[in-house]
Design a protein around this ligand. Structure first.
Ligand code: PEP
Ligand code: MN
Length: 295
């Protein structure tokens, strides 16, 4: 017996007809719809590397990290001006001041910006500063927010809810698509499972990557920082994600010389590690091109 409301990928043509492969045969079995953000192209084969601080704390910290990200050869800058924190007593981000700092970082480095919005009332404000708008894990099913963000016309980075199934994730993406905005990049960021803080923060669900690729034409990237919560795991998790077919990575970076980050310090890597990951990503792509040519 199938309980009503219980979903499987067979339900995707009904849940997400605008985005699933089965109802969009022009994408065939393996074509990806390229999403472009200021010249950075997600889904064209070359993995996109996004780096930056967890939170935009102040000018010097953000600019130091932004320049390190640029030097590492990454493609885009991340950083939360508005932070979803477990406790309301914790640092909540720097808001519009943080957005202004991100704008300066973009001017200085030329890196496009992705930053999160959590509140429908702030969508217009964030859209003014962001080249790509991030919907965080906690808001993946905030359907009003999804629609509002979609209507800005900005490309959207949709993180997977930490306990969301593939169908729920693609159903959420469909809310964005329904507003006429197909510029959506999915981001796996780890799910709730047994690890529960014993040896990692979340569980990186590598297995979902080929499932995403099989079921939708949207690009998908991985955030190995939140998925593991442990800086030493970020580099191997990045490599594994690319081996599983991810179209890119979003990684938290810190410049410890300007101080310890106020959030997620344990998972932040430095610029040199990011440079190694970016190099691996470039070579991974070249290796794949070579092996395709060789066939
Ligand atoms: C983030 O990327 O800044 C973030 C808060 O991650 P998540 O929404 O996946 O927890
Ligand atoms: Mn973080």
């Amino acid at each position: 017996m199938k309980i009503s409301g219980q979903l499987t990928v067979d339900d995707l043509p009904r849940i997400a007809p605008l985005l699933c492969r089965a109802t969009n045969p022009r994408y065939g079995e393996d074509q990806t719809r390229i999403v472009e953000v200021c010249g950075v192209r997600f889904g064209n084969g070359r993995p996109v590397v996004i780096g930056g601080p967890c939170a935009v704390e102040n000018h010097d910290q953000t600019l130091a990290v932004a320049h390190a990200v640029k030097r590492a050869g990454a493609d885009m800058l991340r950083g939360g001006a508005y932070k979803p924190r477990t406790s309301p007593h914790d640092f909540q981000g720097t808001g519009v001041e943080g957005l202004c700092i991100l704008r300066i970082a973009r001017e200085e480095t030329g890196l496009p910006i992705v930053t999160e919005v959590m509140d429908t009332r702030l969508v217009e404000q964030v859209a003014e500063y962001a080249d790509m708008i991030q919907i965080g894990s906690r808001n993946m099913q905030n359907y009003t927010l999804l629609a509002e963000v979609a209507r800005t016309g900005r490309p959207v980075l949709l993180k997977r809810g930490m306990a969301a199934s593939l169908c729920e994730w693609l159903g959420a993406a469909e809310y964005i698509a329904k507003q006429g905005n197909l510029n959506i990049v999915l981001c796996e960021r780890g799910i709730k499972a047994f690890a529960a803080g014993e040896y990692s923060r979340y569980v990186l669900d590598l297995n979902v990557i080929p499932a995403v690729l099989a079921n939708t034409f949207l690009p998908v990237i991985v955030d190995p920082s939140h998925a593991t919560g442990v800086a030493s795991m970020v580099e191997p998790a990045s490599r594994a994600s690319l081996e599983f077919g991810a179209h890119g990575l979003m990684i938290e970076v810190a410049d410890f010389a300007t101080g310890r980050p106020r959030c997620d310090a344990d998972q932040a890597i430095n610029g040199e590690t990011l440079a190694r990951i970016a190099k691996f990503a470039r070579h991974h792509h070249e290796r794949l091109m070579f092996s395709h040519q060789a066939v």
